[in-house]
Write a protein that binds this ligand. Structure first.
Ligand code: DAT
Ligand code: MG
Length: 167
């Protein structure tokens, strides 16, 4: 079954100039990239993206991290990978959440670290399941930024412009 997953190269990945390495690793999956852009996580987007963790002690630092405030890089690279088993394939390459526990050859194992204040700087985000992927993709992308139709959309009229939004 074709599946979509959101990938974020996080601000530490950008600061460490890892974009090329990470995309090369992900190309091993033979999945198709169906959307890509550099984007900024606003406070609202960051909180919405990580809302499942809002009660965790590290939540505030996590929001600073994804906004780029810890790396002086207020951006991430956002991509959608699409194809058979996209989520499991990308999560396997990414490795475990805790970079110290991740396989040394995985992306997080090779490039991640835990800071002295306990933030997991693990260079990449991969959606965990289909439900998360749908929610996250709709947060980070507009329908017309994606070259395949992943989810239902609708056309709305704003002033005189017709625009396509998630349905
Ligand atoms: P994943 O990113 O592997 O899907 P998650 O959704 O549970 O993991 O957590 C999101 C991010 O939050 C994760 O990439 C890094 C951070 N994080 C998770 N658990 C943490 C912990 N115990 N201490 C510090 N940061 C943590
Ligand atoms: Mg997650």
């Amino acid at each position: 079954m074709d599946q979509a997953t959101l990938i974020l190269i996080k601000p530490d990945g950008l600061k460490k100039s890892l974009t090329g390495n990470i995309l090369t690793r992900l190309s091993e999956t033979k999945l198709e990239i169906v959307a890509a852009k550099v984007a900024r996580a606003s406070e609202e987007l960051a909180i919405e993206h990580y809302k499942h963790l809002k009660d965790k002690p590290f939540f505030e630092e996590l929001i600073h991290y994804i906004k780029g405030e810890l790396h002086d890089r207020r951006k991430v690279m956002a991509l959608i990978y699409w194809g058979e088993g996209a989520i499991i394939k990308c999560r396997e390459l990414a490795g475990a959440t805790n970079p110290e526990e991740a396989e040394p050859t995985s992306i997080r194992g090779a490039y991640g670290r835990i800071t002295t204040s306990g933030v997991y700087e693990n260079v990449i985000h991969v959606s965990a399941n289909d439900q998360d992927a749908e929610r996250e993709i709709q947060l980070w992308f507009q329908p017309d930024e994606i070259i395949v139709d992943l989810y239902p959309t609708k056309i709305i009229t704003e002033k005189t412009d017709k625009i396509r939004v998630w349905g």
